[in-house]
Design a protein around this ligand. Structure first.
Ligand code: ATP
Ligand code: LTN
Length: 340
């Protein structure tokens, strides 16, 4: 770790290896910010496999998807020399602090987490596991272990960051200053990317239909077609207006972010042109952006030795920080230190 790292504010975030491919919402809402923040922050990023197993996973697929997630993060621009990149289960302190945080959370408090309500409803409530119920509490432990100042995520994660702040304050109040209180880092423009077929719903891997979901690793032609068939409205004016024109606004957000062009500039450029022109051009922009991304992902995936060594180094750096926080936490709570 560079000496600089100690002067920089710290960020931490995680992504689940639950689908093979990241989607455009994951990238624009979260991963893109991770890449930018490694330049200015002491950054910790992980693939949260322990979160993934809160719903059933096939073992071979989980292993493959974990490597694939790491390869995509590298392809997106994470640099293991600039950030600490690791797999959650390689750092046992996550599960250990997770238990402590479970013991600090009220049952009612956990029951109010909306993501659990959504996800358990999707599965059929009687099939949801206790792990899915305590999922946000493991996330609390993830964040507090690293004394993170900020957590770059999409809008859907805001409630979990609030819970993290509440539990950190509760612990500090009861046992003395131990944890940094983290702030959500949510970029307004891209906080919620919408489904291309239902622009009022979040783009999600578990959408009822795959037609509005843009997966980064899909054949670019398939994604281009989805973009060209995006739902807009019966008007023809290209204007950013989330209430009246959610479909067009979503396309403008994606276009603006992928090209670094301001939305008003795009509105101006497409004045008098129809939705067709906007969609065709955006499809092209996306294909141009995603083609090298897919190639880089395949390259990283093809070199497992390098991948494993990046993860080994990452886990070692992460453990050094996590172990210190866990030891302090145990000590503060009165857990008897083991003598070696
Ligand atoms: P999904 O909804 O696809 O199941 P998820 O939120 O359950 O995704 P992850 O895949 O681990 O879980 O999400 C990784 C990151 O991507 C999180 O920070 C999340 O907020 C962000 N994210 C997911 N979907 C979107 C979206 N549509 N717009 C913006 N950010 C998103
Ligand atoms: N719940 C998050 C993934 C996640 C996370 C974290 C994000 C697990 N641990 C810690 C930020 C910080 C999600 O994206 N669904």
């Amino acid at each position: 770790m560079s000496v600089m790292a100690f002067d920089r504010p710290r960020v931490l975030s995680g992504i689940q290896p639950t689908a093979g491919s990241f989607h455009l919402g994951n990238y624009l809402g979260a991963v893109r910010q991770w890449v930018a923040l490694q330049e200015s922050h002491d950054a910790f990023y992980m693939v949260v496999d322990l979160h993934a197993i809160t719903v059933p996973q096939d073992p071979a697929e989980l292993r493959d998807n974990t490597r694939l997630a790491v390869a995509q993060l590298l392809a997106a621009g994470l640099d293991p020399d600039r950030c600490t990149l690791f797999v959650q289960s390689h750092v046992p302190e996550h599960a250990q602090l997770g238990w402590v945080m479970n013991c600090l959370t009220g049952f009612g408090e956990a029951s109010r987490m909306t993501q659990f309500k959504d996800k358990s409803a999707k599965q059929g409530a009687d099939r949801a596991t206790v792990g899915l119920f305590t999922y946000p509490i493991l996330q609390v432990a993830d964040i507090l272990l690293y004394q993170a100042n900020a957590v770059p995520v999409g809008e859907d994660q805001r409630q979990h960051i609030e819970l993290t702040r509440d539990l950190a304050e509760r612990f500090n109040g009861r046992f003395g200053e131990t944890f940094t209180i983290p702030a959500p880092y949510i970029v307004k423009e891209t906080a919620k990317i919408y489904d291309l077929q239902d622009p009022t719903a979040k783009m999600s891997k578990s959408a009822p239909s795959p037609k509005g979901l843009v997966n980064l690793l899909d054949e670019p032609k398939v994604s281009a077609k989805k973009i060209k068939s995006a739902v807009t409205d019966t008007d023809t004016v290209i204007r950013f207006d989330e209430k009246e024109k959610p479909g067009v606004s979503n396309l403008l957000t994606i276009y603006a972010t992928l090209t670094g062009t301001a939305v008003p500039e795009l509105e101006h450029r497409y004045e008098g042109k129809g939705y067709g022109a906007l969609k065709t051009d955006l499809a092209e922009v996306f294909v141009e952006w995603v083609t090298p991304f897919r190639e880089r992902t395949q390259e990283y995936l093809g070199d497992q030795e390098t991948l494993d060594s990046i993860l080994a180094k990452g886990a070692e750096k992460a453990r050094a920080v996590a172990a210190e926080t866990l030891a302090k936490t145990y000590e503060r709570m009165g857990l008897l230190p083991a003598k070696h």
